[in-house]
Design a protein around this ligand. Structure first.
Ligand code: PLP
Length: 398
């Protein structure tokens, strides 16, 4: 039987793609998906020109560390390029267990599980432990992977104002006291550079019996005396039930981790679909992260240099009168307030050989349109001076 004339066919989807305004704008101005031709440390080559990378999350600058590169190469030679299977079936290897044990110890937890992407680790942490009928208390400015995890969980979500313990208390005071509750926060909000007010937030969470999940993708390697992250920074290890994050930032690899008590991690291994049905991380990426973790504990100079560079960079931006949204970390936004101001600023930096990323509403709150920048321990004095000159030039273009 012929389908009705009125039934929608695939044209609806194809038209959606063709007419998408955001895609049209992206292709017209081409600020994203720029493919670099080469990279060495913090220098990238784009359209035949060398540029300073000022928006990478290689905070400790370890992705070109000789020991990290050698570890990745040696592991690839020994194990091949892929695990070709899920941990739950044919993909589990001794190197996974080794890194998990080391990460758990480093984070002060009993157990850990690693995945192919930070996005997956963080998303599945929420999706696995929350379920229909539960209430999730989430900071309004959470990363997209946490919102995806929240959606997948089918739990009810209650948002509280960004980094506001007062609003968390307010929201909790009217929430369903009989429901199981999960408090979901980030350690460092990378768009803003803010550090979570973890002591107050976890105190309130504890009062209401919340299970606490911390995404510390940008705190790991950056905060705390040894770079153990936001919980070390505040001395709060046992107040957080699960710490998850990414290995694509300070750990100079790709992949993600979830760390918690043994019981909780074993529950994840049984119940997380993203864990059970997705291939395990490769030997090369695991070995790179393992080497970076070792370096973090034996070469403190990288963390020291990261913070020295950050201090110098922020002083320069403030001297130019730029708004850095009270950033407290090496993730430093330059808030310009509208896309009309962001684009010429970004372009001026690019023209002067400094690579940054634009973030415009709705990716950021209206009026907070910004340039994303991040400092690395690997930036040299000379590069910081070049960046300062480029910033002064871009300010004049506003
Ligand atoms: C807060 C936060 N969580 C998780 C992720 C996901 O990590 P990955 O890029 O390694 O998948 C990111 C990545 O930008 C992030 O900023």
């Amino acid at each position: 039987m012929a389908l009705s004339f009125f039934v929608k066919n695939k044209k609806a989807i194809l038209n959606r793609c063709r007419d998408d305004y955001a895609t049209k704008m992206r292709l017209k101005y081409a600020p994203y998906y720029l493919a670099m031709e080469s990279q060495k440390d913090t220098t990238v080559r784009l359209d035949g020109r060398d540029m300073i990378m000022l928006s990478s999350n290689d905070y400790l600058g370890l992705s070109f560390h000789p020991k990290v590169i050698e570890a990745a190469n040696a592991a690839t030679r020994q194990w091949g390029t892929s695990t070709n299977g899920a941990r739950s079936s044919n993909g589990s290897r001794s190197f996974h267990v080794e890194l998990e044990d080391k990460l758990a110890t480093f984070l002060g937890k009993e157990a850990c599980h690693i995945h192919v992407a930070g996005y997956m680790s963080v998303m599945t942490t929420v999706a696995t432990f929350a379920q229909k009928g539960d209430v999730i208390l989430g900071d309004k400015n959470l990363h997209s992977c946490l919102w995806d995890g929240i959606r997948l969980s089918h739990a009810t979500v209650e948002r509280f104002s960004h980094n506001s313990p007062d609003d968390l208390r307010e929201v909790l005071s009217t929430s369903n006291l009989n429901a199981a509750k999960l408090l979901v926060v980030e350690g460092v909000y990378s768009m803003e550079g803010h550090i979570a007010r973890l002591p107050e937030l976890t105190d309130i969470g504890e009062e209401y019996g919340c299970f606490t999940i911390l995404d510390d993708a940008h705190g790991f390697g950056v905060l705390g005396r040894q770079g153990r992250g936001t919980t070390e920074h505040f001395g709060l290890g046992d107040k957080v039930d699960l710490i998850c994050g990414s290995m694509s930032k300070s750990l100079a690899s790709t992949g993600g981790y979830v760390a918690g008590s043994r019981e909780v991690i074993e529950y994840l291994r049984t119940n997380s679909k993203q864990t059970i049905f997705s291939a395990a991380i490769s030997a090369g990426q695991t070995a790179a992260a393992m080497a970076a973790l070792e370096i973090m504990q034996t070469e403190p100079q990288h963390l020291e240099r990261l913070w020295a560079n950050t201090k110098k960079y922020k002083a320069m931006l403030k001297g130019l009168g730029l708004d850095i949204w009270d950033s407290e970390t090496p993730a430093v936004p330059i808030v310009l307030g509208s896309k009309e101001r962001v684009y010429p600023f970004w372009k001026a930096l690019l023209d002067k050989g400094v690579f940054t990323v634009m973030s415009i509403a709705p990716a950021v709150p209206a009026g907070k349109d910004l340039i994303r920048t991040a400092i690395s321990a690997m930036h040299t004095e000379e590069q910081l001076e070049q960046i300062a000159e480029a910033m002064a030039y871009a300010v004049k273009k506003l």
